[in-house]
Design a protein around this ligand. Structure first.
Ligand code: ADP
Ligand code: MG
Length: 349
């Protein structure tokens, strides 16, 4: 029996920058997904996961079915296609990473399964190649149009550090998170999936369109001068560009502040990220603003912002170590009193 695991991830700052070849700063969550796997002599794959229907198929017969088994089939399809020598296996999955809460449970599952398979079949896959295999599985078999951040984070991030990822070069720098900082994540409980997907696709298209009009390969190359040039032509596109330009700058500034242990500065940058997502990228909703405000009102909290695509999902905040649990509980209570909605504290655990 082989056992492997992988964490979820939460992106500290750098939102809607990944698909613009920009900078992101994810860190590992304490919640992890664990896979226990026993190789078989034949080509049958059987996988069970608590709360899900079991999955069974034969290697070589992977196809998209629209259920969670796609993540498993995606992984074996990618490995087989790349010529890695795998056989069938029986596996069990146990996960503490909540699905759909913005912690990337899907990447945790893919990476944990790939790690177990790497062990079981002695695959020649380094951590970077493993993360890319996980991404390919999700893109090609699950069919999700996602960047590589989730899988790089699940595959490479260690607890207590963030990964500064330059999405243009896939270059990664490890940034220690000082012990003085704790992270809060509260799920708003709002899942406007259709609005979310529609808006996400629209924002991506707007970024592509803005880059095209500016004659740039991607908005990674845009400047505030470009924002001014674009504004008379199209004020909306100019705001989108301004978010991407200023957000990349905030990621750099945040890393410097984190290295200096300057929590107040980190918090101000997180607040500025939220304001930019609300005003320039226009992906917030009043409930997320209220939840972020409820967090900011707590003692020992330094800044809060929506995380993920927006239009629902979670809000992240930075807190003094030792204050996060109380602050999160009080903020969730205040949010409930003001909005009538029940937020769920995802971190601290
Ligand atoms: P996120 O990755 O942000 O949590 P996704 O929609 O990308 O959200 O992935 C969630 C999906 O991943 C679930 O609907 C399910 O299909 C699959 N998944 C995640 N965790 C597990 C698990 N422990 N067991 C089985 N499937 C899982
Ligand atoms: Mg996912």
């Amino acid at each position: 029996m082989y056992r492997a695991d992988a964490p979820g991830r939460v992106n500290l700052i750098g939102e809607h920058t990944d698909y613009n070849e920009g900078l992101v700063l994810p860190t590992a969550t304490p919640q992890r997904t664990v896979v226990e796997l026993s190789p078989r002599e034949d080509r049958i794959v059987r996988v069970e996961s608590e709360g899900y229907m079991p999955v069974a198929y034969r290697l070589g017969e992977e196809r998209h079915c629209g259920d969670w088994g796609d993540y498993v089939r995606g992984v074996t399809w990618v490995l087989t296609k790349a010529g890695h020598p795998i056989r069938g296996f029986d596996a069990g999955i146990a996960s503490r990473v909540p699905p759909g809460a913005g912690l990337s449970s899907s990447a945790a599952l893919e990476v944990a399964l790939l790690r177990a398979l790497r062990e079981a079949f002695s695959l020649a896959l380094d951590d970077m190649a493993l993360a890319y295999a996980a991404h390919k599985a999700e893109r090609d078999v699950v069919g999700a149009r996602v960047g590589t951040m989730d899988q790089l984070a699940a595959g490479l991030a260690r607890t207590g550090e963030a990964l500064l990822i330059d999405m243009r070069k896939s270059q990664i720098e490890r940034v220690p998170i000082p012990d003085s900082v704790e992270i809060i994540v509260i799920d708003s409980g709002i899942a406007h999936d259709n609005a979310k997907q529609g808006a996400y696709n629209e924002r991506r298209a707007q970024c592509d369109e803005a880059a095209r009009r500016l004659g740039l390969a991607s908005l990674r190359d845009a400047t505030l001068g470009d924002v001014e040039r674009l504004a008379p032509q199209n004020a909306t596109l100019a705001r989108r560009v301004r978010h991407v330009v200023t957000e990349n700058d905030r990621v750099r500034a945040f890393v410097a502040a984190l290295r200096a242990g300057d929590l107040a500065r980190c918090g101000a940058l997180v607040d500025a990220s939220h304001a930019s997502l609300r005003e320039d990228f226009e992906v917030s909703i009043p409930e997320l603003d209220a939840l972020a405000d409820a967090l900011r009102a707590q003692r020992g909290v330094y800044g809060a912002r929506l995380v993920g695509a927006g239009f629902g999902g979670s809000v992240l905040a930075l807190a003094d170590a030792g204050r996060a649990a109380d602050a999160a509980r009080a903020a969730a209570e205040r949010f409930r009193a003001r909005s009538g909605r029940v937020g769920h504290v995802v971190m601290p655990v």
